[in-house]
Design a protein around this ligand. Sequence first.
Ligand SMILES: C[S@@+](CC[C@H](N)C(=O)[O-])C[C@H]1O[C@@H](n2cnc3c(N)ncnc32)[C@H](O)[C@@H]1O
Length: 280
Amino acid sequence: MKISQRLKLLDQMVGQGYSHIWDCCCDHGLLGMLLLARHAADTVHFVDRVPSLMDELATRLTRFFPQSLLPDTAPLTDTEPGPSRWRVHCLDVAQLRLAERDADTLADTETLAGTATLAGTATATGDTTERKPQLIIIAGVGGDLMLELVQGILAANPGLECEFILSPVHHNYKLRLALQRLGFGLLDEKLIEENRRFYEILHLNYGAADSGSDDYAADGSEARRASSRPIAPVGSLMWDWDDPLHHIYLKRTLSHYGRMKSQPGAEAVVRAYQALLPAE
Ligand SMILES: C[S@@+](CC[C@H](N)C(=O)[O-])C[C@H]1O[C@@H](n2cnc3c(N)ncnc32)[C@H](O)[C@@H]1O
């Protein structure tokens, strides 16, 4: 199956060593399958609200990632990831209840009204699991819906400590501003162009995971967690002014907000993007 450059970049940005990864709005589950194949987490969860898609995906996962091929016990170490298991959840992402830190406590998710959950492979997870972070990925939906989903997740999971990777198809400025106000910290961000469309990808952390403690970081780098920074509504780390595509994206974004100048706040947005332009 052909994997788009955008999905490949999302895969690269995930790193390794999570307890649970939630591929939300997963559609056919391509990203989650990449993560499952390279054991990026002890458990990879596929979440979408369309029952027929989730049935089809569960059939596929059963075929390509069968339980019988995995060893019964394979304690995971930080350096050598072991086999991953998968679960399929047919539900509205806004109602997602995350696993407890203990890897096998998924009862909350499974008992949600209207939720169909299909479990895949299960293996021993070793005692490093509790310290591994969880990661929620939402990509390929509009910025307004994405914000609703994130707010729903925060409301359904009080005291959440978690990393997020978010890549909306529109409304990046508005989403970034809202996430900044919600207290998310920025770990990394990238910009990618594909088929003449641009996608921003944000890697964020939320909750005590952003406290600068010496908690385990998913890719093994403690520095990464401590170095989280405020989210800039117009982007910061992602810009590469040696790349002509980035100039094209900025120009396109400025024209977009330029056309909306009569709307409240649009002029300030234009000024903020203009301020990014490197001095001649
Ligand atoms: C365009 S696909 C994105 C697929 C993939 N994440 C990507 O980036 O290529 C959008 C998916 O979001 C799902 N979706 C939209 N709103 C949702 C919600 N509230 N809860 C769960 N899934 C949702 C749709 O069913 C659809 O499969």
